[in-house]
Design a protein around this ligand. Structure first.
Ligand SMILES: Nc1ncnc2c1ncn2[C@@H]1O[C@H](COP(=O)(O)OP(=O)(O)OP(=O)(O)O)[C@@H](O)[C@H]1O
Length: 255
């Protein structure tokens, strides 16, 4: 078993009287794909938004590597190595695909924030490492052929892959994918599965929230199941598929 890279310890998040997450503990291990599933309203998005720093948590602890990050602002968590994507694609229409990916790298650079796009105040050592990283990201996300196209002109599936590519450019230890298969058709979901596995092969851990059960069962090393804001099961895809509590709460309706 590999070491944990992200530790979530007795996390609670309430919105007024609504306990969206209660005493949630789990860990994401090095180069592991962890699936997070559960019925609508079970707390998946609240978990991701709490990890990413969109929501201030009510109590508990979030540790990335050796650093407790739950009090850090969103951008500082990215700098520590926690990147995320959103349920809807957020891209900058006027940039090229390559430029947008370069912008995603800025959090890890010491040179001017716009140097990656406009060439201001460049650092040659960083530039060369970044060029290699971006070339690899373009390859594994299948975006190489559209790298010079404006983001607003590529397909919606390519925009979803671009969101993942931009998050990867920050050089994360852990990547949070929030419903990455939404809006994708069958062959695009297959490409997505392959991409998620390629990300693991880079040594990056992935936490993926997804309603598409075939995809989550295919990519996940382990799965955590939520219901009413609490963890009701944790295990391999095989264990989860055969868990009567999970079948009763979720898989019976989702499968
Ligand atoms: N900003 C908010 N203000 C108040 N209540 C919220 C807020 N966000 C989420 N909730 C509540 O927290 C609970 C968990 O919601 P959450 O969106 O995290 O679930 P989910 O598992 O992601 O659902 P879905 O699969 O439908 O996206 C729900 O009861 C929801 O109504």
């Amino acid at each position: 078993m590999t070491a944990p890279v992200l530790k979530v310890d007795t996390l609670c998040k309430s919105f007024g009287g609504v306990h969206a997450i209660r005493d949630l503990s789990f860990e994401v291990r090095e180069a592991e794909i962890l699936g997070l599933i559960g019925p609508n309203g079970s707390g998946k998005s609240t978990t991701v938004n709490s990890l990413a720093g969109i929501f201030a948590i009510t109590s508990g602890k979030i540790v990335l590597g050796d650093v407790q990050i739950d009090a850090l602002p969103e951008y500082a968590r990215v700098a520590q190595g926690l990147a995320r994507t959103f349920q809807t694609a957020s891209t900058f229409g006027e940039f090229t695909v390559r430029e947008q990916i370069m912008l995603g790298s800025n959090v890890t650079r010491t040179s001017h924030p716009l140097s990656s796009v406009f060439g201001i105040g460049r650092n040659p050592v960083e530039d060369s490492a970044l060029e290699k990283r971006v070339a690899h990201i373009l390859d594994i996300t299948g975006l190489k052929e559209v790298e010079q196209k404006r983001v607003g002109t590529i397909s919606s599936a390519q925009q979803r892959f671009l969101m993942i590519a931009t998050a990867l450019a920050s050089g994360p230890k852990v990547l949070l994918l929030d419903e990455p298969a939404a809006g994708l058709v069958s062959h695009e979901r297959k490409t997505l599965s392959d991409l998620i596995k390629s990300i693991r092969a880079l040594g990056v851990s992935v936490l993926v929230i997804e309603h598409h059960m075939a995809l989550i069962m295919d990519v996940s090393d382990r799965i955590v199941v939520l219901n009413f804001g609490q963890k009701i099961a944790e295990g391999t895809p095989e264990e989860i598929r055969n868990n009567p509590v999970v079948i009763d709460a979720y898989l019976g309706e989702a499968a």
